[in-house]
Design a protein around this ligand. Structure first.
Ligand code: FAD
Ligand code: NAD
Length: 479
């Protein structure tokens, strides 16, 4: 095997592996080094996203939503069921099979593209050299014209609630539970807390989510957030905002969590006993063992590798992409950065519009948005208009027994340019793609209004919300 490449990518997650594939497509010689090992000791490409994040969580969300609907919704359709039960082992096996299939698929893609896969640890040395320590075998020094750092992120651990891997667990642990905890605590009402809290709630856990902030989903449009809080509480999630956790102690078979309640400052510390506690208070960039002394890579005060808008570090020929650099920690953001860098290295055009990155929370109802929130637009001082269309007025949503939520379009009052789209409702994560394209092309509300949407589809909600922005909605009262 060669010891010298045009590009070496360190990290084979959704930021690193697309960088490697695009580089190979561009005719460059590439190696991708990844050290991921699963709990059974098997090595796998795909990083957090495929092994312990996006994919396994969506597999469990799908299984548990079907189970929930069998109980709560089938009767409305006239489907009589009895004795519907969940086989947790079968559910987990299905998830593991999907993950194995997808991560194995990366190796197949590498083979087809001509990427050299290297499983083990990579460390950047000065002068664009990389020390590679394979999972098995001898350490070697490789060299490259360009190195792309894509080492990802790891869960933040709370000092007051340290992981013990059994009862106090991170998101990966929460994806692997073999049985349904009767009482489940979740610290953090962020994306992970809401998605994984929903998974276990649907299977019968009593779930309490403790959120330190007074507001709920503070990064989202607050009209959307209010609707989400209402809908998620209705699913049985006991979400407590303003709850600052002060301690979590494992006592026998339970965890006693203490917290202060900002809504009742006079009240003494509250306490909550649960069987399992998921800590999901964010993730931090991971650079452990990545940078040798003298490699010259600068980190910011939060540990992210410093890069410019095109993901260049301060060191010539060294780039960094994905969760390990600034910006939202999302797989699709990392993927586009990886592709951009591989194109720039090959002398092609590469650019990312950081203002138009969609966010999706895969709860039921789903929550998705792109662009600015109403609060951000208001704060900018520009004149704006909003249009809201409730799924209650969508024939398709009604037929799907999923008529909760709404689509909301925010547009500039003068130019009519769409500034943000916010959706809570069925398949919001799919519907948002149209809005992403609209924002990318700087479409106006009128552009969306004049675009024909098939009937009856959920996408008509986005169309009608754009009409509602000019008080011209047909199928609902204009709001
Ligand atoms: P990672 O996926 O973390 O990959 C980094 C890889 O580099 C890992 O394999 C790591 O082992 C390897 N590595 C690190 N250092 C070295 C080294 N020195 N040598 C060799 N290898 C190294 N995002 C979404 O967009 N949608 C979702 O639905 C979604 N769901 C999620 C659900 C959960 C439960 C979690 C935890 C995250 C989720 N995310 C989701 C976030 C998403 O997983 C991350 O944004 C994404 O994985 C980041 O990609 P990355 O390639 O930068 O890093
Ligand atoms: P997050 O940033 O989404 O949410 C963390 C939450 O924990 C916040 O609401 C924060 O206020 C709260 N918090 C922080 N410290 C706390 C404390 N001491 N006590 C109580 N609450 C506290 O982080 P996450 O949910 O851990 O997710 C990590 C990353 O993974 C996110 O950046 C997210 O983008 C990504 N992710 C994305 C998806 C998706 O795209 N669907 C799914 C899962 C994860």
């Amino acid at each position: 095997m060669a010891d010298s490449f045009d590009i070496i990518v360190i990290g084979g997650g959704p930021a690193g592996y697309p960088a490697a594939i695009r580089a190979a497509q561009n005719g460059l010689s590439v190696a991708c080094i990844d050290e991921w090992k699963n709990h059974d000791g098997s090595a796998a490409f795909g990083g957090t996203c495929l092994n312990a994040g996006c994919i396994p969580s969506k597999a469990l969300l799908e299984s548990t939503e079907l189970y929930h609907r069998a109980h709560a919704e089938f009767a409305v359709h006239g489907i009589r069921t009895s004795g519907v039960e969940m086989d947790i082992a079968a559910m987990q096996k299905r998830k593991a099979d999907i993950v194995r299939n997808m991560t194995g698929g990366i190796l197949a893609l590498f083979k087809a593209a001509g990427v050299t896969p290297l499983q083990g640890h990579g460390r950047l040395l000065p002068g664009r050299q990389v020390e590679f320590t394979p999972h098995e075998g001898e350490k070697r020094t490789l060299s490259a014209k360009h190195v792309v750092l894509a080492s990802g992120s790891v869960p933040v651990e709370l000092k007051v609630a340290p992981f013990d891997g059994r009862r106090v667990i991170d998101s990966w642990g929460a994806l692997e539970l073999a049985s349904v905890p009767k009482r489940l605590g979740v610290i953090g009402a962020g994306v992970i807390g809401l998605e994984l809290g929903s998974v276990w709630r649907r299977l019968g856990s009593e779930v309490v989510v403790l959120e330190a902030m007074d507001s709920f989903l503070s990064i989202a449009d607050q009209q959307l957030a209010r609707e989400a809080l209402k809908a998620l509480k209705k699913t049985g999630l006991d979400i407590r905002t303003g709850a600052k956790v002060t301690g979590a102690t494992v006592k026998g078979k339970e965890v006693v969590v203490t917290y202060t309640d900002a809504r009742n400052p006079d009240k003494a510390e509250q306490s909550l006993s649960v069987d399992t506690l998921i800590v999901a208070v964010g993730r931090r960039p991971f650079t452990g063992g990545l940078l040798a002394e003298g490699a010259g890579i600068a980190l910011d005060e939060r540990g992210f590798i410093k890069v410019d808008d095109h993901c260049r570090t301060g060191v010539e020929g060294v780039w960094a992409v994905g969760d390990v650099v600034r910006g939202p920690m999302l797989a699709h953001k990392g993927k586009e950065e990886g592709v951009m860098v591989a194109d720039l290295i090959a002398g092609r055009y590469g650019h990312i519009n950081y203002d138009v990155i969609p966010s999706v929370i895969y709860t039921a109802p789903e929550i998705a948005w792109v662009g600015q929130t109403e609060e951000q637009v208001k704060a900018s001082g520009r004149a704006y208009k909003t249009g809201v269309f409730p799924f209650l007025a969508s024939g398709r949503a009604r037929a799907m027994e999923a008529a909760g939520g709404f689509a909301k379009v925010i547009a500039d009052k003068d130019s009519d340019t769409i500034l943000g789209v916010h959706i809570i409702g069925p398949l919001a994560g799919e519907l948002i793609a149209e809005a992403v394209l609209a924002l990318e092309y700087k479409a106006t509300a009128e552009d969306l209004q004049r675009t024909i949407h098939a009937h009856p589809t959920l996408s008509e909600a986005v169309h009608e919300a754009a009409l509602a922005a000019d008080r011209r909605a047909i199928d609902s009262l204009n709001r």
